[in-house]
Design a protein around this ligand. Structure first.
Ligand SMILES: Cc1cc2nc3c(=O)[nH]c(=O)nc-3n(C[C@H](O)[C@H](O)[C@H](O)COP(=O)(O)OP(=O)(O)OC[C@H]3O[C@@H](n4cnc5c(N)ncnc54)[C@H](O)[C@@H]3O)c2cc1C
Ligand code: SF4
Length: 332
């Protein structure tokens, strides 16, 4: 049995209290929400915080407000189950509800939060293993070692961004409100991510993700497709978020396609979106966009399923996502 190492748990009751507690804890501290990613990682000694600041009881993080017409605010502490089932979100920001509902299993979605999902650690088959497994093959640079076991000549870590909701948040043009001891700031969802497998978040460790701000739905259609070995359970080995808005005559006015689990951060494939704009969502247009989307996807041999299959499925999954938005019945 894997056991948690000892730590001090501070249950914050207010956002201000949480900001203070995590700043006071310094490099020894970490934030925890549902704990469904952090606790397993601590059991494997991938993180060894001495102090955890618990966010579950902070009311400011647990609210959903607004409307699709004017835009919505979703607290970082909202559970994935609540997000997936919220009627306004499921109707007008469908891709987000689909992504939240595709994470792991029902018990984990009841505990796991939107904020925790956006901040989930990058993954790699050589890293998401027990301490003893990692020790037996030699530690890698993400924790305790100094080389990359997937690409031994590489000076960087290629661990894969594995959050399901981030690609959709980016495709929706969402913004993120962060709070820290230096004050608050609002950034585009895409700016939360760094292209770095070791430290995949481009925010200060003490900054708390407070809420996700969704723009008005304004005619945008969204969807999310996820490739994984076990449909009931696994992390994505590919995520495809597609968002587009069409004119009355069916011409695509604007579009965004964002891939998850193909790099250390979600990848916005502007070239694929550009292939759609100004055209009707016809099969040849969809095929061109799907081809363009698969070009930048360069999977490495550090996730489930083979590299060739994952690369091939990028095109297939983008095509399926866009066909779904075009209203073509799914035959898969
Ligand atoms: C078996 C299994 C399967 C899983 N499958 C999937 C999957 O399919 N897709 C997927 O995306 N994830 C998956 N996960 C990971 C995890 O369950 C989810 O990502 C979940 O949403 C994490 O949320 P949490 O609240 O439990 O995060 P926590 O574990 O509490 O935290 C995760 C990280 O986020 C940070 N954090 C949490 N809240 C905040 C905040 N408000 N501000 C700043 N930092 C914060 C923590 O410090 C930590 O670094 C799986 C996990 C397991 C164990
Ligand atoms: S990509 Fe390389 S350095 Fe990063 S976790 Fe995997 S083996 Fe370690």
């Amino acid at each position: 049995m894997l056991r948690l190492p000892p730590f001090t748990y501070l249950a914050a009751k207010t956002l201000e209290g949480a900001v203070r507690a995590i700043a006071d804890a310094g490099p020894d501290g970490m934030l925890v929400a549902g704990g469904t990613d952090l606790y397993p990682n601590m059991k494997r000694r991938q993180f060894e915080p001495k102090v955890l600041v618990g966010l579950r009881a902070v009311p400011d993080l647990n609210r959903i407000s607004g409307t699709a017409e004017h835009g919505m605010r979703i607290g970082a502490g909202v559970t994935l189950a609540r997000l997936a089932a919220h009627p306004e979100i499921a109707k007008h920001y469908r891709g987000l509800a689909l992504a939240a509902g595709s994470v792991s299993t029902p018990p984990l979605r009841n505990m796991g939060t939107f904020g925790g999902n956006l901040c989930v650690d990058a993954r790699c088959t050589y890293y998401n293993q027990t301490y003893h497994w990692r020790k037996s093959i030699g530690f890698c640079m993400k924790k305790d070692g100094d080389i990359c076991l997937v690409a031994p000549g590489s000076r960087r870590c290629w661990a894969v961004s594995s959050t399901d909701t981030a690609p959709v948040a980016i495709a929706l043009g969402a913004q993120i409100r962060l709070a820290g001891s230096r004050g608050e700031r609002v950034i585009p969802a895409a700016a939360l991510y760094a292209d770095d497998g070791i430290v995949p978040l481009a925010k200060a460790p003490e900054e708390i993700l407070v809420e996700v701000i969704l723009p008005p739905a304004d005619g945008w259609q969204t969807t999310y497709r996820k490739l994984r070995r076990r449909g009931s359970f696994d992390f994505p080995v590919l995520g495809v978020a597609a968002a587009l808005r069409r004119a009355a005559d069916g011409t695509v006015e604007d579009a965004r396609i964002v891939l998850g689990a193909v790099a250390s951060r979600p990848v916005d494939v502007g070239e694929a979106a550009a292939a759609l704009i100004g055209h009707p969502l016809a099969p040849d247009v969809i095929a061109r966009a799907a081809h363009a989307a698969s070009r930048p996807a360069k999977p490495l041999d550090n996730a489930d399923l083979t590299i060739g299959y994952r690369k091939k499925m990028t095109r297939v999954f983008v095509e399926r996502a866009l066909s779904e938005l075009a209203g073509v019945p799914d035959s898969t």
